[in-house]
Design a protein around this ligand. Structure first.
Ligand code: IPM
Ligand code: MN
Length: 356
């Protein structure tokens, strides 16, 4: 029987629907070519629905999402909704409820893509960030005291559990081994100041690391990591870090790989339902103009295929994307690509047919 996958699609807000449309186009072409079936099930979640009904992520939808093979997400964020409501109510709630404890973010410069780093090319910029995705400062632990008075106190706590840290670090070691490049895993922390949280991270890193003698262990403080990412990105193979630091360094990672037009990520639950997304936002000012770059969404689709076990199809997708960046696009920025959103999707499909 043909391999078949149920994919929940959440196009979301702003340019999300446009880039997801192109992603589905590419994924469908791959499904035809490689002989598997994708059943797309669309979910209307996001700012528009919230403004219409007051709902972010209804429990009934969450229950359905627990049963699919994977989730393909466009973008969440709406200019008329107060910051935090959709992020916490949809995106973070999905990550937490589905226990997607890894946020996997490859930083890879494709041929032909401009990087702000002088004298660095595709051979220098090729690493992966493994970001813890369910703990740390993102838990929402804390609160106010005497709110609104001049004696106000705001507390936001970073939660780091042995279990949460260990499963993330173990995933990172496994990933580094499987990736089989430099076989080097860098723990990015702040052991000189955050002497409780990163003491735990560091102990677990070395303890688990002893089970992986083939993987070199490396450590860098988060501030230094930012510096090295700019100065010597070729030093990195895989970086593992907590939720907040991972959020910050992956925006830096995105810009050195060419920007939000290309950066993709996966929210992974190795034992459950994972969710794949372009990591840029909803880009409201470009909405509906057919000028946004769909490659990040397309690459997120590629990560999803790899996750589903369709590795050949995923490699084919990447090859096609690389040909598009190398030979066609003038820039990765919205409106400056020299092609429309749908034309970029068409090019990827054309190269899939030609190359694989
Ligand atoms: C990301 C985003 C989210 C995060 C926001 C939108 C909540 O910045 O996926 O990196 O902070 O994780
Ligand atoms: Mn972010």
């Amino acid at each position: 029987m043909a391999r078949s996958y149920d994919i929940a699609v959440i196009p979301g807000d702003g340019t999300g629907p446009e880039v997801i449309r192109e992603g589905k186009k590419v994924l469908s072409a791959l499904a035809d070519k490689f002989g598997f079936k994708l059943n797309f099930i669309d979910y209307d979640l996001g700012g528009e629905r919230y403004l219409r009904t007051g709902e972010t992520l209804p429990d009934s939808v969450l229950e359905e999402l627990k049963k699919v093979s994977a989730i393909y997400l466009g973008a969440i964020g709406h200019p008329d909704v107060k910051p935090g409501i959709l992020e916490r109510g949809i995106l973070l709630r999905l990550r937490f409820e589905l226990d997607q404890y890894i946020n996997l973010r490859p930083v890879k410069l494709y041929p032909g893509v401009w990087t702000p780093l002088k004298d660095k090319g595709p051979e220098d910029i090729d690493f992966v960030v493994v970001r813890e995705n369910t703990e740390g400062l993102y838990c929402g632990a804390g609160g106010f005291l005497r709110k609104g008075t001049k004696d106000e106190v705001a507390i936001q706590e970073s939660i780091n559990t042995r279990k949460g840290v260990e499963r993330c670090i173990r995933y990172a070691f496994d990933y580094t081994r499987k990736r089989n490049k430099k076989k080097k895993l860098t723990l990015c922390g702040k052991t000189n100041v955050l002497t409780y949280a990163f003491d735990l991270w560091e102990r677990v890193f070395h303890e688990v690391g002893r089970e992986y003698p083939d993987v070199q262990r490396d450590y860098a403080h988060v501030d230094a990591t930012c510096m090295w990412m700019v100065k010597n990105p070729e030093w990195f193979d895989v970086i593992v870090t907590d939720n907040m630091f991972g959020d910050i360094i992956t925006d830096l990672g995105a810009i050195i790989q060419g920007g939000m037009g290309i950066a993709a990520g996966g929210n992974i639950n190795p034992e459950g339902v994972s969710m794949f997304e372009p990591i840029g936002g909803s880009a409201p000012k470009y909405t509906g103009k057919n000028v946004i770059n769909p490659l990040a969404a397309i690459c997120a689709g590629g990560m999803m295929l790899e996750w589903l076990g369709e590795e050949e199809a995923s490699q084919c997708l990447e090859k096609a994307v690389m040909k598009v960046t190398a030979e066609k696009l003038k820039s990765l920025s919205a409106g400056k690509m020299g092609y429309s959103t749908s034309e970029v999707g068409d090019l990827v499909v054309e190269y899939i047919r030609e190359l694989c």
